[in-house]
Unconditional design. Structure first.
Length: 316
């Protein structure tokens, strides 16, 4: 059971049975680890976000925000804080011309759903992200990308609603996010992406379907698909570091594979045999199994290449 804490009692008093206690989160994370949250809340609207954040700020309540549960690894069986799941799903037209449409899309929108819907409506901007797990909010936070051709989820973003940690909201343009490889300014500020207006170009539906299908086929051919994984686990190294170590590529997958770790198994976790930068739960993998496997990968790559791998996924 969760530890008695007067701060958390405030949550129950304010939100009643919307605060779930001892919540099993196993189904919410793509790595399929067994995790229990002391307290759990689903934020389904801007008002929900504003109210829950104002309370946690006022009473200094520790919290963790999750979306689709990908790109995150949790090394504990119990989360002794409030877990807030982003369930804010909304889409509306802000402006439209013959050539483009500006869509306002909320952060809890599933990327797979968003890609499919915009393709069938003939809107170009997200079609290369077919197969990307998680939500739009997570994709903006991580600045998720596709490389064939290079396409970032953030590319069509015009303006966004950002929420401070006390629940106050404001508008920011795309430039504010300082997007770069696997990065947005939200990772430093702790602010929350609530929704954004995205300019999508009108395009032939059949061509958009073709682009999407080609991207998805490439994912399936080169990455583990339909398994319990959190996505690419480590960041690729910089061009400067690649040149320093005289490596043919900065790919983290190449480094792990070349270190002889493809297929490496510890307990219920394995370095994918298809793509070495993916770690897969092949059975009843535990937090300890995952932690040990990650340490083995980082240590072995360091010994072989003198390169320090950095996690791309969020570590909790």
């Amino acid at each position: 059971m969760q530890i008695k804490n007067e701060k958390f009692d405030i949550l129950v008093q304010r939100f009643g049975d919307r605060i779930e206690i001892d919540k099993d989160l196993s189904q919410y994370f793509t790595l399929k680890l067994h995790i229990i949250a002391d307290y759990f809340f689903e934020a389904k609207s801007v008002e929900d976000w504003r109210e829950i954040m104002s309370v946690v700020d006022e009473y200094d309540i520790p919290y963790l925000i999750i979306g689709g549960g990908s790109n995150i690894a949790i090394f504990q069986q119990r989360i002794s804080r409030l877990v807030i799941q982003n369930r804010f799903v909304q889409k509306s037209v802000e402006h439209e011309t013959e050539d483009y449409i500006d869509l306002k899309i909320s952060s809890g929108y599933s990327m797979s759903r968003l890609v499919k819907e915009t393709i069938e409506l003939g809107y170009s901007g997200f079609e290369y992200h077919q197969g990307l797990p998680g939500t739009l909010g997570g994709a903006i936070y991580m600045n998720s990308k596709w490389t064939r051709p290079l396409s970032y989820v953030s590319d069509p973003l015009l303006i966004a609603t950002v929420m401070d940690q006390d629940g106050a909201t404001r508008k920011e343009t795309r430039e504010y996010f300082d997007f770069s490889y696997d990065y947005s300014v939200l990772q430093n500020t702790g602010e929350i992406f609530i929704d954004g207006v995205f300019r999508l170009m009108k395009h032939d539906v059949l061509d958009l379907r073709k682009r999407s299908e080609e991207a998805l086929l490439y994912r399936k051919n080169t990455q583990p698909f339909g398994v319990s994984t959190g996505g690419c686990f480590f960041q690729n190294i910089s061009e400067k570091e690649r040149e320093k170590h005289n490596l043919p590529t900065g790919s983290a997958g190449y480094l792990i594979d070349s270190a002889g770790l493809k297929g490496k198994i510890i307990g219920g976790f394995q370095v994918s045999e298809k793509h070495a930068n993916f770690i897969v739960n092949i059975g009843d993998g535990t937090h300890e199994d995952l932690s040990e496997l990650i340490n083995v990968v980082k240590r072995t790559v360091k010994e072989k290449f003198d390169v320090d791998l950095k996690e791309e996924v969020r570590i909790i």
